[in-house]
Ligand binder design. Structure first.
Ligand code: B12
Ligand code: SF4
Length: 510
């Protein structure tokens, strides 16, 4: 048998079942073509890679973000020791193309989008001429490849993920998207997106995460500014992008009515009643919104002055709910302006705003962000853990990695960690979860809501913020049990005969 391609999504913790499909695996599988047989796909959030499947001469593609880079490097070294060709890609490899060579046994690193360059890399490996680095670039929206959903293992994921736009015009200081994916939104055509969703529904997936950086790439303010500047070209481009969003939502609304979509969006969308109405019709029932901070000082800390605070913030968030869009609010703790009272005030606001879910993350300087640059410049390289400077914290083993990296002017790191954990505990207490479960209609749906809330907390809070490894292991086990129970709730009867909806054209939008 000839050489095989393996695609591996590294993870330190495996749950047996996962919430969302890591899309890159199935996009690169599509990019692999059929010259080398179907790739072997391994998602370690489900289970660990079995190295006995790797043979000398095989090609092993590993996709890394900052959080899983260290496990990725371990896999790379072991795969290389087995005589395989090792290639790294993904956001972290794009930012640090030398690192996989130094730590991960890489033969090659791909920067940027892998869709088109991947077959060249595989061919070069198999003919013995792999280059150290390849540039995948930023491909156009209409060039994104659809994923190979036929390779998805059955019953292991609750949500499938389909990307509709890449890139974001904002410039939040803690986010690398606008710098790596660019500030110009690259939208896929409506037809491409719907084709994938129809295929997923045919296979029995009714929950779809729209894996976008920002589902609302053009704000009313952007349009007004372009109009004021008499910038005709830009205005037409923005209007076209906006029109296509409406066309997409119109097409989504024609899909079977048991389908549910979830996306990531900025709070500004609440200004736009026409957009929110279209979201409701499209059955976009949930959105992750980066609230980040509840005070003006906090928002200034992260260059997110376009968000609101106080009661105006509560009203804005409630507006989403009134349009049938349940909000997963994302908050950051550890900002310089945070004080002891910020933690409780944040949870109270999340409850007042009727958020359906919330996540409380610790401020982390991700490479590629403005925060990272400022922090790395001011951080003394002599701050070393296990021989590794903290400015390369992702190379420090998880159990030894400091949970909070950026020093706070008034609070101790441990206080921030403990209070953040308390915020999760309070928001996801049985009492609060049961109260929030009223968003579901039947008793069965309410119970499902409770299970999912508890699962979310176990997967993201307890395995992320806890310092004690026994607690992490217990949480992973509990999450695995809950996930097994939840899985069935997400499956739907396959609809093999489902047709593509008629092409949707929206002439004009408000
Ligand atoms: C959807 C999404 C999520 C979803 C789903 C995650 C999942 N299971 O897929 C949710 C909401 C759960 C999530 C959670 C988190 N996410 Co997230 N997420 C995204 C998002 C918006 C899209 C990812 C996606 O599916 N893209 C579509 C695929 C096709 O694109 P891609 O992954 O970039 O892959 C392409 C290339 O990178 C390349 N490529 C990738 N791998 C490989 C491998 C090889 C061999 C090759 C050749 C090429 C290649 O080719 C692919 C095709 O072009 C990205 C933003 C972004 N633009 O990447 C953030 C992003 C990846 N997330 C990020 C973060 C920080 C997180 C969290 C830590 C947030 C938090 N604080 O809790 C968690 C971590 C979860 C975890 N443990 O993985 C950061 C990562 C930053 C960094 N430097 O690592 C990003 C970049 C967003 C940001 N704001 O900066 N996320
Ligand atoms: S956090 Fe969201 S709004 Fe801000 S730059 Fe990143 S993707 Fe855009």
């Amino acid at each position: 048998m000839g050489a095989r391609i393996h695609l591996v999504n590294p993870s330190d913790v495996s749950f047996g079942i996962a919430v969302i499909t890591p899309r890159w695996l199935y996009v690169l599988a599509a990019a692999s073509g059929d010259a080398w047989g179907d790739p072997i796909i391994v998602d370690e959030t489900l289970e660990r890679l079995d190295f006995s499947t790797i043979a000398p001469g095989d090609v092993v593609g590993i996709g890394i973000h900052t959080g899983n880079a260290l496990r990725g490097y371990e896999i790379g070294r072991l795969a290389r020791a087995k005589g395989a060709w090792v290639v790294f890609g993904g956001i972290h490899a794009t930012l640090f193309p030398e690192e996989p060579h130094e730590y991960g046994g890489a033969h090659a690193v791909v920067r940027g989008d892998g869709d088109h360059v991947w077959p060249t890399v595989v061919r070069d490996c198999l003919t013995g001429g792999a280059r150290a680095q390849y540039e995948g670039g930023r491909i156009r929206g209409d060039e994104f490849l659809p994923a190979r959903w036929d390779l998805l293992p059955e019953g292991r994921y609750m949500w499938a993920s389909v990307q509709t736009v890449r890139g974001c015009p904002k410039h939040c200081s803690f986010c690398s998207v606008w710098r790596t994916d660019g500030q110009e939104p690259r939208q896929r055509t409506v037809d491409m997106v719907i084709r994938e969703i129809v295929e997923l529904r045919r296979r029995g997936f009714r929950f779809i995460a729209l894996a976008d950086d920002n589902f609302y790439p053009v704000t009313l303010d952007d349009l007004a500014k372009a109009r004021r500047r008499l910038d005709g070209g830009n205005l037409r481009m923005l209007e076209q992008l906006r029109l296509e969003r409406f066309e997409l939502m119109q097409a989504l609304s024609q899909l079977p009515d048991d389908m549910v979509f979830f996306t990531q969006i900025t709070m500004e969308a609440a200004e736009d009643a026409a957009f929110l109405d279209a979201m409701r019709r499209a059955r976009i029932r949930g959105a992750l919104i980066g609230v980040e901070a509840v005070t003006p000082e906090g928002l200034k800390d992260v260059y997110k002055g376009f968000n609101l605070v106080g009661e105006q913030l509560v009203d804005r968030l409630r507006l989403f709910q009134r349009h049938g869009v349940n909000v997963l609010g994302s908050f950051i703790f550890g900002l310089p302006s945070d004080r002891t009272e910020t933690f409780k005030a944040t949870v109270a606001l999340a409850e007042r705003a009727n958020l359906t879910f919330a996540q409380f993350v610790l401020l982390t300087p991700f490479p590629g962000t403005l925060d990272f640059e400022a922090w790395a410049k001011n951080t003394n390289d002599r701050q070393i853990v296990d021989g590794i400077p903290v400015t390369k914290y992702w190379l420090i083993p998880q159990s030894r990695r400091p949970k909070l990296l950026m020093p706070h002017p008034t609070l101790e790191a441990e206080e921030i960690r403990v209070r953040a954990q308390e915020a999760w505990d309070e928001f996801y207490s049985w009492r609060q979860v049961w109260r929030r479960s009223r968003v579901a209609e039947s008793l069965k749906s309410r119970l499902a809501f409770v299970l999912i809330s508890k699962l979310y907390r176990q997967m993201y809070a307890n395995t992320g913020i806890a310092t004690d490894s026994a607690r992490v292991q217990r949480s992973a086990l509990l999450a695995r049990l809950i996930a097994t129970g939840c899985r069935r709730l997400f499956m739907a009867r396959p609809m093999p005969d489902l047709e593509m909806p008629r092409a949707a054209t929206v002439e004009r939008v408000a």
